[in-house]
Design a protein around this ligand. Sequence first.
Ligand code: HEM
Ligand SMILES: N[C@@H](CC(=O)c1ccccc1NC=O)C(=O)O
Length: 263
Amino acid sequence: MSETFVSFGEQGAQLTYGSYLRLPQLLDSQHLESDPPAHDELLFITIHQVYELWFKQLLHEVQAARDAMTEGRLWWAQHLLARVHVIERVLVQQVDVLETMTPQDFLEFRQRLAPASGFQSVQFRELEFLSGAKDPSYVERFRGLTAEEQDRLGARLDEPTLWDAFVDVLRSAGLDADSDEGISASLRTVAHDRSQYAAVWALGEALLQHDELAASWRARHVVMVERMIGAKSGTGGSSGAGYLRSRLPMQYYPLLWELRSEL
Ligand code: HEM
Ligand SMILES: N[C@@H](CC(=O)c1ccccc1NC=O)C(=O)O
């Protein structure tokens, strides 16, 4: 049976798959530093570009979830955070792909990468700031930021976080949200009366899940780093795995974690 193609919403028949997705630009954006080309450098570039595309999507979703919480659209916030979790699981699993590269094959092009490093990922830091872990010292320690990137990070430091929006949700539910002690007491109230505060409880759990998945990524990344470069210092100038291990205990939402000890 032959397939028939029908015209569907063609506005002047200009759009194609490749032009819509900007494939010429996208697929011409992998430029190797190694010369002669190291076989695995294409994988290394591709994986980072895929991460950055997902970071962009995550920023879009987390920002919208924050705004939805502030405006009392709790179902929408919950829906978007569920999507955030699925993407974050993909980001953790994606480490498997890069781990098909051996340390020897990485070392073929590693020295060409310095002083560049994942430490300079602006979107990664934006996500941390937007989630709730604002640390202005990272903006100062960034080397080689463009003015536009500096502005983006500055704006993230100034705007409300996902946690700020959740605190608004507590307040709108008539709960005390004026101090950490008040918030902790409110979280206990919510936890002990989940049917009364179903949407608030679900959002708190969604935030905790986001925090846990970010921690999973950091843990997976540092083990990969130890596998690739052992105890060598990083191309970005840090101690390497030592620095990354020091970041493992970070929590976006310590009060949500403390709640578990109080139940
Ligand atoms: C061969 C694979 C990789 C190695 C050996 C590696 C190594 C490192 C090291 C040593 C650091 C510390 C900064 C420095 O001094 O360089 C770092 C930071 C970082 N890397 Fe990687 N990395 C790898 C892959 C990735 C991938 C695929 C991503 C995904 C985007 C990534 C994202 C980051 C981020 C965001 C940081 C900053 C973390 C923080 O400040 O908490 N890395 N990496
Ligand atoms: N920091 C890594 C190199 C590295 O992985 C990297 C280099 C340039 C751009 C992104 C990178 N990915 C994560 O840090 C290293 O020290 O080997």
